[in-house]
Ligand binder design. Structure first.
Ligand SMILES: Cc1cc2nc3c(=O)[nH]c(=O)nc-3n(C[C@H](O)[C@H](O)[C@H](O)COP(=O)(O)OP(=O)(O)OC[C@H]3O[C@@H](n4cnc5c(N)ncnc54)[C@H](O)[C@@H]3O)c2cc1C
Length: 444
């Protein structure tokens, strides 16, 4: 397995198709795919001879290249063989299995977009979403560990760290060190930039005091990206991002939350008391923390969208065969028209949610603005995933209600999609603001 994924990753890193995708048309499928319709191949042919991204006719967002399909198959097999047998136990214990974590690293899944020179897999963001979707299909809790680490923490460091910092942190994050992203506090959730954690400048270092709430991966993390205000008088323009080692004596994990869902993913309260951080461990510049947080979370939201469609697909994978095994009134349940209409409707919604996720992902890979599209993807995929997780239980009758059958966990896990990385209302607020801007009503 290990070797299989490594060779798959190697193909991405060194293959001419991968180089073509990365350098030219990341948002299109592979030009070499013989399975693609002729018109699409013509699109790629013109894309190949063009260096101007905007002159390329975009491809369908849900047509995946051979490389992408190969990655999906490889991760699906990995999730089935290495994660699936441990899902129930991890959920009950409220802990991610250490061997699973070590396999995530050894298979290159913790440095998805990290450049090869830092020991990463050098994949695109779209490919990272494929990985998250496939893991969530089996376990949304392991998927969020992978998602936060890759699409938020690694992304923030990839985009904002200087070359020495990248060498130090990205190499660790791609190899053996889990990352946490510490923004939310007791008094600042949706209103994240009202945070109260302070960073006081003292010579060659800053001293951080305060606390954070709801921090994913905190129990396992070796690196924490921490947002603190270094100039409260400047409001959100004082917010600064610092990178702390888990061994920092000023950092304490005060509490681990006992949760409804994604129980294997740790969620903790952190306390900072006199935490000394050298100035060379500032990420970006003093005062750019709010920008780092916004930009990282925009990508993170698409990752959560991928988690949600993976979860919905995982529910479908369980319920659909059951509907065709279980018989009542002399018929398979799946042959009753009343049920057929419902699962067909669910399938349409899942396709629409998947299209929003991969459209946003491919736009991000193309370097386009994704603020609105990330909100569309996260908002809608959470709605659809909740409907599908809930309906799947209804369609299974009594079996849906028992833990052993597997649907109950998806139903518990799905709820978080409406909350983290911006609640549903916050996504709608973003979309509404973008609409006002588009129509010129953004100034009162
Ligand atoms: C399991 C889990 C993992 C998490 N992981 C992380 C992490 O790794 N790092 C991190 O920094 N944070 C993390 N969070 C925090 C998460 O991002 C916040 O919980 C979320 O942003 C909501 O903040 P809140 O809980 O304070 O809710 P509140 O902001 O108090 O919101 C409560 C309700 O009010 C609504 N509301 C608030 N403001 C408005 C408004 N202006 N208009 C309309 N409605 C509004 C909300 O939509 C919500 O329904 C995590 C949370 C959980 C539960």
């Amino acid at each position: 397995m290990n070797n299989l994924f490594r060779s798959c990753v190697r193909l991405f890193n060194y293959g001419s198709v991968a180089a073509h995708i990365r350098n030219n048309v990341r948002y299109c499928a592979s030009p070499s795919s013989e399975k693609l319709p002729l018109s699409l191949r013509r699109t790629f042919a013109s894309a190949e001879s063009s260096t101007n991204l905007h002159s390329v006719m975009p491809g369908p967002c849900l047509v995946f290249s051979e490389d992408e399909n190969m990655l999906r198959d490889t991760v699906r097999k990995f999730a089935q063989s290495s994660i699936a047998p441990k899902v129930k136990d991890m959920d009950e214990r409220g802990e991610t299995d250490k061997e699973v974590i070590s396999q995530l690293f050894s298979n290159g899944l913790m440095g998805l977009e990290v450049p090869v020179e830092y020991g990463g897999s050098g994949l695109t963001f779209t490919q990272a979403c494929i990985v998250i979707e496939e893991i969530a299909r089996v376990d949304p809790a392991v998927a969020v560990l992978v998602d936060v680490h890759n699409t938020v923490v690694n992304t923030a460091i990839r985009k904002w760290a200087n070359p020495e910092q990248k060498k130090k942190w990205l190499t660790a994050l791609a190899t053996d060190t889990i990352g946490s992203f510490c923004l939310s506090e007791a008094g600042s959730g949706s209103d994240a930039f009202a945070l109260k954690t302070r960073a006081l400048e003292k010579g060659d270092h800053f001293v951080i005091d305060g606390g954070k709430l709801w921090i994913s991966n905190a129990m396992e993390a070796g690196l924490f990206v921490v947002f603190a205000n270094a100039n409260p008088e400047k409001g959100h323009r004082g917010i600064t991002a610092f990178v702390l080692d888990s061994k920092n004596p000023g950092l304490t994990i005060a509490k681990k939350e006992d949760k409804l869902g994604i129980r294997a993913s740790s969620t903790c309260e952190l306390v900072f008391q006199n935490a000394i951080v050298p100035k060379e461990d500032i990420l970006g510049e003093v005062g750019t923390g709010y920008k780092i947080a916004i930009e990282s979370l925009n990508e993170g939201r698409i990752g959560i969208g991928a988690q949600m469609i993976g979860l919905a697909q995982g529910s479908m994978d369980i319920i659909f065969p059951y509907l065709h095994e279980r018989r009542q009134f002399g018929s398979r349940i799946g042959d009753f028209q009343g049920v057929q209409f419902q699962y067909a409707q669910a399938r349409v919604e899942l396709e629409a949610a998947r299209a929003l996720v991969y459209n946003a992902a491919r736009m991000n890979d193309a370097g386009l603005s994704i603020r609105k599209e990330a909100a569309f993807a996260k908002y809608y995929s959470a709605q659809v995933a909740e409907r599908i997780a809930s309906k799947s239980i209804d369609w299974a009758g009594g079996m849906g209600f028992v833990k052993e059958f597997g649907l109950e966990k998806y139903y518990r896990d799905v709820k978080i999609g409406h909350i983290y990385e911006g609640t549903d209302n916050i996504q709608l607020q973003t979309i509404a603001k973008e609409m006002q801007r588009e129509y010129g009503f953004d100034r009162k």
